[in-house]
Design a protein around this ligand. Structure first.
Ligand code: CP
Length: 336
């Protein structure tokens, strides 16, 4: 496995091995396993956790990194095939990716959704084409439709806090945000929980059902793992007996690429801000998860984020451990 574009790139056996390795690395973080290895990090969009955890992780394993931020530290990049490059972009990824691969042993790339065409973004073609251009191991650091490093860290977090696989009740809830956000994280969280064998409830207001292909994929994964998928707009019903509430916002799929109309639909939904009373019917020890960054008191109230349910910092910490395990899988003989 030399590409990690989606969690599905790891077989069940390799996924379990990566999770075990991540746990070991959490206990013993330093090694020289990546000595002499360089990981290039190409960020076409901002980041705090992904950038910092990749940099720290490679260095803790004895390797090194360099970071390219197109349009800031380097040339603005064009990603569209066949583009007439008479605008801001000076260099095409068709040259930039193989050039970076000349200098590095692996490449990590963040490239968000364009947010105009739903089918195009769901196909995740931009990151897939970039991976094809890369002759070295390639890691998706969040693309249009996937955030597999987040999914890996979230899986480990669920293990860490003792949430059962079979019979674990996982609620993925839409939350208010002032802008229509991309589908990468909800897609990743949904597929991750379904593959883990959990009973997954998609809680969302009318007009915010996730796109059919994402739900259908999750249903297939749930069928294989013994889990289940259902959808509702009723909070009490959704949270009944829940072990986990994972909050995320996303844009209305049928208004994709039409932000003004989407804003009108979203305007009356400000009460979709996770509060302690959402957990009234959940298990007393139910956990709150979010990938971060999060807008306090817009998506989730302080009382939840700062309270004992919240495992958001553990999720962020697990980005480091999980990505280090993944890099060993990609870059060392042991992971071959
Ligand atoms: N969760 C996550 O990917 O955070 P960043 O966007 O800060 O990297």
């Amino acid at each position: 496995m030399k590409q990690f574009l989606d969690l599905s790139d790891l077989s069940d056996e390799r996924l379990e091995a990566v999770l075990r390795r991540a746990k070991q690395l959490e206990a013993n973080p330093l090694s020289s396993a990546l000595r002499g290895k360089i990981v290039a990090l190409l960020f076409l969009n901002p980041s705090l956790r992904t950038l910092a955890s990749m940099e720290a992780g490679v260095k803790q394993l004895g390797g090194d990194t360099f970071v390219i931020t197109p349009g800031q530290s380097s040339w603005a990049l064009e990603t569209r095939d066949g583009a007439v490059m008479d605008g801001d972009a000076v260099e095409h990824v068709r040259e930039a990716i193989p050039v970076l691969a000349e200098y590095a042993d692996a490449l990590g790339v963040r490239c968000f959704a364009k947010g105009k065409d739903l089918a195009e973004d769901l196909a995740d073609g931009v990151i897939r084409r970039m991976a094809e251009l890369c002759p070295k191991p390639f890691v998706n650091l969040e693309s249009a439709a996937a955030h597999p490093c987040q999914a890996l860290a979230d899986w480990k977090t669920l293990e860490d806090v003792g949430i059962p696989r079979r019979g674990g009740r996982f609620v993925l809830s839409w939350a208010y945000h002032p802008k229509p956000l991309a589908l990468a994280v909800p897609a990743a969280a949904l597929a991750m929980a379904a593959r883990r064998g959990m009973d997954v409830t998609l809680l969302r207001p009318d007009g915010y059902a996730l796109p059919g292909p994402l739900v259908e994929r999750a249903a297939r994964l749930a069928a294989e793992s013994g889990g289940s998928i259902r959808q509702t707009a009723d909070r009490r019903e959704a949270l009944e007996g829940a072990h986990v509430l994972y909050a995320k916002s996303w844009g209305a799929p049928d208004l994709y690429g039409r932000p003004a109309e989407e804003a009108e639909r979203r305007r009356p939904l400000r009460d979709w801000c996770v509060a302690e009373d959402w957990f009234a019917t959940a298990r007393p020890d139910a956990r709150f998860m979010h990938c971060l960054p999060v807008r306090r008191n817009v998506k989730v109230r302080d009382e939840v984020l700062d309270g004992p349910r919240s495992v958001v910092l553990r999720e962020a910490g697990n980005r480091l451990h999980a990505q280090k395990a993944l890099l060993l899988e990609l870059l060392t003989e042991e992971g071959a």
